[in-house]
Design a protein around this ligand. Structure first.
Ligand code: TRP
Length: 449
């Protein structure tokens, strides 16, 4: 069977753990706090949770369903399920989104490498809040270092995808990620016992309904898509490797719960510290990098903890970048009939060039602004808030209305061998609730309504 041939996981390594590895990353620890901080705090969290349940889980399960039933990359999957129809465009859009996401995501991953390096050098020690801020801004505004770290990170990603040692990496991350989880809890405990922490918890958990705007809701939707790795076919690709005996419904639920828990725990570490150290919650993309070193300073063993933390964060980012690159590589190698190696080189080269500009967004390439956003911001906004929700919309519409209830049911019940009692609820969500919610939030958020 061709599945044997393209399978680069082997069921024993747990594709589902790999899907969790894809979902959990900088989206939870870097992006979630910065977007929440810019969008009103508690109200953002509330809307986020509602949208993850109503839209996120249905899209994720739809991707798994499409992937496992076709055993194909996103483009090929749509080609197979709907030949001679334009659905494959959804797959192509996902490939484009993958390029753009990788180009800015790997830049932030590069920042974590710089921070790992600084942690090793004990470079945060004794610095005031203002000095830590300057340190980050100076680093990021420079030319050479942000590009260098970005390229190093891209190189690692490409090397892993190319050499097929991904399942090895994923096996280790299964062991390592629980440590990241524990470390975040340690940070939480330190953060909530800082003087003035209560203010931060209030900001995170007390919704201020006067702060709801159309844009806040769109940002919450975009963050949900981004954090769950949905809307561009990553999980179609991973779904195509999932063993036929796995329960897809459980998988989607567990991945979503784990991802959401990590994001909230990251928020509990960041916001008390933000308020305790007098940082602006709406600080933007630098928020966690300006906050975390200050928490480590206030901890016994902070030196060791900071090293382990940034190391684990870089690894969490790596399992996410691998999953994004994999989408492009699966597409190139299966549809263009080139080798995995050539596909990886080609894709990485293109991302490498795009990312050099993204890395320069606060420095040499900082002059470029569209609607008040630098180049990095444009990539971030366009992918999370536009391409992913549009992709997700068509994915649920496809599963709800075009794939055929028989086929969906067969896939979710493992050909009738398990019950999947949630099926009617799922069908209702993918047919009506999720597409309507996405369409409304999207058009409203972009001022089209
Ligand atoms: N979800 C990952 C994170 O939170 C990033 C990521 C991996 C991603 N694959 C994706 C985002 C696909 C969007 C689409 O860090």
């Amino acid at each position: 069977m061709q599945t044997e041939q393209r399978d680069s996981f082997g069921s024993r390594f747990g594709v589902i753990a790999a899907a969790a590895g894809s979902a959990i990353g900088l989206g939870n620890i870097w992006r979630f706090p910065y977007v929440l901080g810019e969008n009103g705090g508690g109200i953002f969290l509330l809307i986020y949770l509602i949208l993850v349940a109503m839209v996120g889980i249905p899209v994720m399960l739809s991707e798994f369903t499409i992937g496992r039933s076709t055993q194909r990359n996103p483009y090929g999957a749509f080609r197979r399920l709907a030949p001679h129809r334009p659905w494959y465009l959804v797959g192509l859009m996902g490939i484009a989104a993958a390029f753009m996401i990788l180009a800015f995501y790997a830049v932030v991953a590069g920042w974590t490498l710089e921070y790992l390096y600084q942690a090793l050098l004990n470079g945060f020690r004794g610095k005031s809040s203002a000095e830590i801020t300057t340190m980050f801004d100076t680093f990021r505004g420079g030319t050479f270092r942000p590009i260098l770290w970005f390229l190093i990170f891209m190189f690692m990603t490409a090397w892993i995808v190319m050499s097929g040692i991904r399942k090895g990496i994923e096996k280790y991350t299964k062991i390592l990620m629980p440590f990241l989880f524990i470390l975040i809890i340690v940070l939480d405990i330190r953060a909530i016992t800082l003087p003035g922490a209560a203010e931060g918890l209030k900001f995170l958990f007390r919704p201020d309904f006067s702060k709801i705007t159309a844009e806040t809701i769109l940002e919450a939707l975009g963050q949900g898509f981004f954090s769950l790795s949905i809307g561009m076919g990553t999980l179609i690709t991973y779904g195509s490797y999932i063993n036929k005996k796995e329960k897809l419904g459980n998988a989607a639920l567990n991945v979503t719960l784990a991802d959401t828990l990590i994001a909230v725990l990251a928020g509990i570490a960041i916001f008390p510290a933000v308020f305790a150290f007098g940082i602006e919650p709406g600080e933007g993309t630098g928020l966690v990098f300006k906050t975390l070193p200050l928490i480590f300073q206030e901890m016994p063993g902070g030196y060791i903890f900071s090293i382990i933390f940034f190391l684990l964060l870089a690894i969490a980012a790596l399992t996410s970048t691998i999953s994004v690159l994999e989408v492009i590589v699966a597409f190139f190698s299966e549809e263009l009939n080139i080798s995995r190696k050539a596909a990886t080189l080609l894709a990485s080269l293109a991302v490498g060039i795009l990312g050099i500009f993204a890395a320069g967004s606060w420095g040499w390439f900082g002059g470029i602004h569209v609607m008040n956003q630098n180049f990095f911001g444009i990539l971030d906004f366009t992918t999370a808030n536009i391409l992913l929700p549009v992709g997700g919309f068509f994915i649920v519409i496809f599963v709800g209305w075009f794939m055929g209830p028989g086929r969906v049911k067969a896939e979710l019940s493992n050909d009738g061998s398990i019950r999947a009692a949630y099926l009617p609820v799922f069908m209702f969500l993918v047919r009506f609730v999720a597409p309507l919610a996405i369409a409304l939030v999207f058009m409203n958020g972009l001022g089209l309504l």
